[in-house]
Design a protein around this ligand. Structure first.
Ligand SMILES: *Cc1c(COP(=O)(O)O)cnc(C)c1O
Length: 214
């Protein structure tokens, strides 16, 4: 069962308050990937204006008619051959995870004169099947993005292992961000966003709890 936008927002507000954080500290990113429009429409009509998608083409098809009304975030892996489209389409790319992609994004930003805000994805659980730099590589990677490629890094993003307590992963991400002077933390999904908020999330990516199972 999906919850209404109002219900998710009040859970976010309660978790933010409980963590002693300012009321506007946490942004809801509504993850609309693979959802039919009839599931998205009530959320859009309810005033939600920040959406996350994990594929460039799907995002383009779904959101082009509404593009000037929403903030659109890429939360799935980005292939370098899609970087041009991604830079043209997204306000935020949360999945910067390798030097080759940093280089291609920097070239596209230069060419298009349009710069999506960037998050570095960190594979906190060091899972082989998951994208992201390892925690051990994170400092050097953030430094290379800034220094070598001239990219501003707005935040870090992680997806903890499905079968583990997510809190240590969220806290690790917060620590990496703090020591690198990175401001934002994209962490927490349907099953664990309240824990993420307690650990310092500045945005939570909620899909199935809001829209129903995919
Ligand atoms: C699909 C997805 C989400 C949303 O997951 P839910 O469990 O449906 O809330 C969040 N983040 C990423 C990176 C995703 O791919």
């Amino acid at each position: 069962m999906s919850e209404t936008l109002t219900s998710i927002r009040s859970r976010i507000a309660a978790a933010t308050l409980a963590a002693g954080r300012p009321a506007d500290a946490v942004q809801l990113v509504a993850v609309s990937k693979l959802q039919p429009w009839e599931h998205i429409a009530p959320v859009f009509d309810g005033g939600q204006r920040v959406f996350g998608e994990n594929r460039v083409q799907e995002a383009k098809e779904r959101w082009t008619p509404y593009r000037d009304q929403i903030e659109l975030r890429l939360i799935g892996p980005l292939q370098t051959n899609k970087a041009r489209d991604a830079v043209a389409l997204f306000d935020v790319v949360e999945t910067l995870d390798r030097e080759k992609l940093a280089r291609v994004l920097a070239d596209e930003v230069q060419a298009q004169g349009r710069a999506p805000r960037l998050y570095v994805q960190v594979n906190t659980g060091e899972e082989p099947q998951k994208a992201g730099v390892t925690p051990g590589q994170a400092d050097a990677f953030v430094a290379a993005c800034r220094g070598t490629y001239g990219l501003a890094i707005e935040g870090l993003m992680c997806i903890p292992p499905a079968d583990e307590d997510p809190a240590p992963h969220f806290l690790m991400l917060a620590e990496i961000a703090a020591r690198n002077g990175v401001e934002k933390l994209s962490m927490g999904m349907s099953d664990d966003f309240e824990i993420a908020i307690a650990c310092g999330a500045t945005s939570v990516r909620v899909g199935s709890a809001l829209f129903g199972a995919r």
